[in-house]
Design a protein around this ligand. Structure first.
Ligand SMILES: C[S@@+](CC[C@H](N)C(=O)[O-])C[C@H]1O[C@@H](n2cnc3c(N)ncnc32)[C@H](O)[C@@H]1O
Length: 268
């Protein structure tokens, strides 16, 4: 992925995470609470708050088996595993993020409830009907083949299973401010409109439960996890170059209706 890519080798990313934790006054030798890591490991619009809202919307239960697609450093997976108590499988394309996710799972003592798989969302290594819930936050905007993605998700969901997501959608105007957090330039920008998202999901066998545009709600709130952290504090800038400009462009794009923030829970 282009906007939030990790530029470092797996061991570099582990070293960066450990250094950032220590600088923020956290001791990696002690068990860390997932919540303490949230400014670093929730790589999506709205951060931990948005994950908790989605969790409520999707009514994830302890007995659910959950697949987190494009899990990044697995912050949302740890929120699910620690706050709901469910098991989570993470799929993530980047080996660097997989290494970071595995490290943070260990430091929070959640490695027995979360498995990390370095694979593409377009080729899921699971049998049909494996999961009760598929979870996806800010990932589809980097995947051009939406039909392939939704078809593969439908395959691994149990009948009646839920797909819970949040995503940027294309707005009424073309996207013009780059770099964005998910796209350095227009070639990386795989947004489709909310209508198209709903249509393709329907064609792939999903039935809408909730589908809402939360752009205005988001704009009315502070932009906490999208702004560079103060020196010594944890933040996405540990991994993301030029975060200030990318975040400002994303906000401007939202304000001007070039992009929309949507979330939903669909059923198989
Ligand atoms: C903006 S980050 C979101 C990470 C995580 N969902 C979160 O909210 O913290 C997008 C993630 O999707 C991953 N990704 C992009 N395309 C993917 C694909 N085809 N298969 C698996 N992961 C993918 C990227 O590597 C990146 O870690």
């Amino acid at each position: 992925m282009a906007g939030l890519e990790a530029h470092y080798s797996a061991s570099d990313i582990e070293a960066r995470i450990l250094a950032a934790l220590r600088t923020a006054g956290l001791d990696p030798e002690q068990r860390l609470a997932p919540e303490q890591l949230a400014p670093l490991d929730h790589f999506h619009t709205g951060g931990l708050r948005a994950s908790r809202e989605l969790l409520e919307l999707a009514q994830v239960q302890q007995q659910d088996r959950v697949l987190d697609i494009g899990a990044g450093l697995a912050g949302p997976a740890r929120t699910l595993a620690s706050e709901v108590g469910c098991r989570v499988d993470c799929v993530e394309l980047s080996p660097d993020y997989c290494a970071g996710a595995t490290l943070l799972n260990r430091l929070t003592g959640l490695d027995d409830r979360i498995d990390v798989h370095q694979v593409s969302a377009l080729e899921l290594p699971f049998p049909d009907g494996s999961f009760d819930v598929i979870w996806m936050q800010n990932v589809g905007m980097n995947i051009a083949d939406k039909r392939g993605l939704y078809t593969e998700m439908h395959r691994v969901l149990k009948p009646g299973g839920r797909f819970a997501f949040q995503e940027m959608a294309a707005g009424s105007e073309p996207t013009s401010y780059f770099p964005l957090p998910w796209a350095t330039d227009p070639a990386d920008n795989c947004l489709v409109s909310a209508d198209e998202m709903r249509t393709v999901l329907g064609e792939c066998g999903f039935v809408v439960g909730v589908f809402e545009d939360t752009s205005d709600e988001h704009l009315g709130r502070s932009v906490a996890n999208a702004t560079p952290a103060a020196p010594g504090q944890l933040g996405l800038s540990v991994f993301v170059d030029n975060l200030g400009q990318k975040a400002a462009n994303a906000r401007r794009s939202l304000e001007e209706g070039q992009v929309r923030l949507v979330r939903g829970v669909f059923r198989r």
